[in-house]
Design a protein around this ligand. Sequence first.
Ligand code: FE2
Ligand code: FE2
Length: 485
Amino acid sequence: MSSVEDAIVEVNYDELIPNNVDLANDARLKKALESWHPKYIDWWNEAGPEDTQELEVYLRTAVGVDPKGWAKFGHVKMPEYRWGILLAPKEEGRTIPFGKHKGEPAWQEVPGEYRAMLRRLIVVQGDTEPASVEQQRYLSKTAPSLYDMRNLFQVNVEEGRHLWAMVYLLVKYFGRDGREEAEAMLERRSANEDKPRILGAFNEETPDWLSFFMFTYFTDRDGKMQLESLAQSGFDPLSRSCRFMLTEEAHHMFVGETGVGRVIQRTCDAMNEAGITDANDIEAVRKLGVIDLPTLQKKVNFHASVTYDLFGAEVSTNAAAAFTAGIKGRFNENKLDDDHVLTDAVYSVDRIVDGKLVVEEEPALNAINGRLLDDYIKDATGGVGRWNKIIQKSGIDFELKLPHKGFNRKIGEFSENSVTPTGEVISESEWSSNEYEWLCSEADGDYINSLMVACREKGQYAGWIAEPRVGINNQSSDFEYVKIN
Ligand SMILES: [Fe+2]
Ligand SMILES: [Fe+2]
């Protein structure tokens, strides 16, 4: 690598905004971002984790982009977290990997004809990042341990950094309208009636910690799929931004998977200690102060189905256009064995015709979203299998399942029909009379809520969740992950 490239990869950590995009030599960009910075901090204090400004949190901070050592750990107050702009290293000679420009050099500037499309994609992705922080604003009050509180904050600060990543692209490459979009990112608010966040799932509440774990498992995984598709983009700065974001995203899904896993572990242990073998005896299990497995299944049903909707309509000409333009690819595009242009290809789409589930072929280009949803469902299956292993090992007869693609959908092929979690098409009245067999009722929510009590002593864990087997960065489970002075 030449010394010039070295200089670009190296992170300048002395500036107000740590970066590896040579901000020091781009006066206009630097000025724009430095004027956005205090507004971002205002947003954080107003809409980010509540009453946490003085807490010292054992956080991971990205300080480089070398896959072997990109982060450091230490106690920091969150408003002082170093949110930076970090792009994965540039690949010399990279070409556009798909669509009608396949094989042409990747764009280093925004191609004029795709400007509006690109801006929209960056805005939609960027909007999800602060939205989740807002949804999780009140959770620290009821954290089941300092370890969990720290993980929540880690996810929050990194979602904040993801917003920075998208704002950098808007401000650097989209001139005045980019700057306006950057401002608007801080004005919309999750679940706000007048200025809601753009996508539905990001206006839902995250009312309790079980919801938080489900959200990070299911909804952050949608984030992963979107970032993977954008990482393939022919617009190189977007590709490099998303590639680095993915290194952080993995931890978010880890928090979700292990969080739900620990809830399951605790429930199974409590059942075994009490000699309860019937997982469906909800009343008996709840007397133990743990979350019964059927309720966990309802939470899986809800969070999975709300996330399915985030992929948009399975058949979409917008998605086809973004693919053909070389702006947004498929999951694992570079590993797929086809022509990456897809003008003659077909893809199977599930839908309901005359009240029956059928599979029909669509032009593959139109079915890009449907394919990404299918890839997501495959990706999400792994963790569910590992949750079931915990149940099996405990000797309890119960199996968690992902709901059918058509269950509880508001968008796409299934939005006009009612479908059960196992994929039966039913009437609206059957749906109404069974809805709370499949989704949490208010009473279920109240029960979960009743368990949410804060544990703020080192090594103390709430009764409904098991301790983690390993701590963060090789620390123990009773490490002081958050210093509350
Ligand atoms: Fe994110
Ligand atoms: Fe995330």
